[in-house]
Design a protein around this ligand. Structure first.
Ligand code: ASC
Length: 147
C-alpha cells in the first residue's frame, strides 16, 4: 500500500512540474540521459541538414524529439538534485527564476527549429539552428561546471 501511495505521489509530482525521482541519484541520471538525447538529436539534425548523410526522412522526428526534450529542460533540476555526481552548479538552485528563463529559451528555440523543419524552408531551418546551440551554450556556460 505504501508503495502504491508513494508511486502515486511521484506520478503526481512528475505530472505537475518537476522530474522528481525517488532519489537525487536518479534525478541526476535522468537529466543526464535527457541532455544526452538532446546532443544526439542535434548532431543527427546537423548531419542531415548539412548533407553529410542522406536521412531526410528522419529529420522531423529528430526535431520533434529535440523539442520534446527542450520542453523538459526546466523541469530537470528539482530541489535536492544538486548533490551527487553532477556537473550542475549550485547557482541553478540559487537563481531559479533566471534559470527558468534560460530553460524557456531552450524550449522556444527547439520548438522554433521543429516548426522550421516542418515548414521545409531551408533558410528558416538554417536560421533556427543557431539559437538552439546558443541556448545550450548559454546555460552550460553559466550553470555547468567546467571540465
Ligand atoms: C550540443 C551539446 C552541447 C551544445 C553546445 C552548443 O550538441 O552537446 O552542449 O550543443 O555545444 O553550443
Amino acid at each position: 500500500m505504501r508503495r502504491i501511495i508513494s508511486s502515486a505521489v511521484l506520478f503526481l509530482l512528475a505530472a505537475t512540474s518537476v522530474a522528481q525521482a525517488a532519489t537525487p541519484e536518479d534525478s541526476i541520471k535522468y537529466r543526464k540521459a535527457v541532455m544526452e538525447t538532446m546532443a544526439g538529436h542535434i548532431a543527427a539534425i546537423t548531419m542531415i541538414f548539412s548533407g553529410k548523410i542522406d536521412a531526410q526522412a528522419y529529420l522531423l522526428s529528430h526535431a520533434e524529439a529535440l523539442a520534446a526534450a527542450g520542453d523538459e529542460v526546466g523541469k530537470l533540476f528539482p530541489a535536492g538534485s544538486g548533490v551527487g555526481k553532477t556537473e550542475a552548479l549550485p547557482l541553478i538552485w540559487q537563481e531559479t527564476e533566471r534559470f527558468q528563463k534560460d530553460a524557456d529559451a531552450a524550449k522556444a528555440a527547439t520548438a522554433q527549429l521543429r516548426d522550421a523543419i516542418k515548414s521545409g524552408d531551408k533558410a528558416a531551418i538554417g536560421k533556427a539552428l543557431k539559437p538552439v546551440g546558443d541556448s545550450c551554450k548559454g546555460c552550460h556556460d553559466r550553470y555547468r561546471q567546467e571540465d
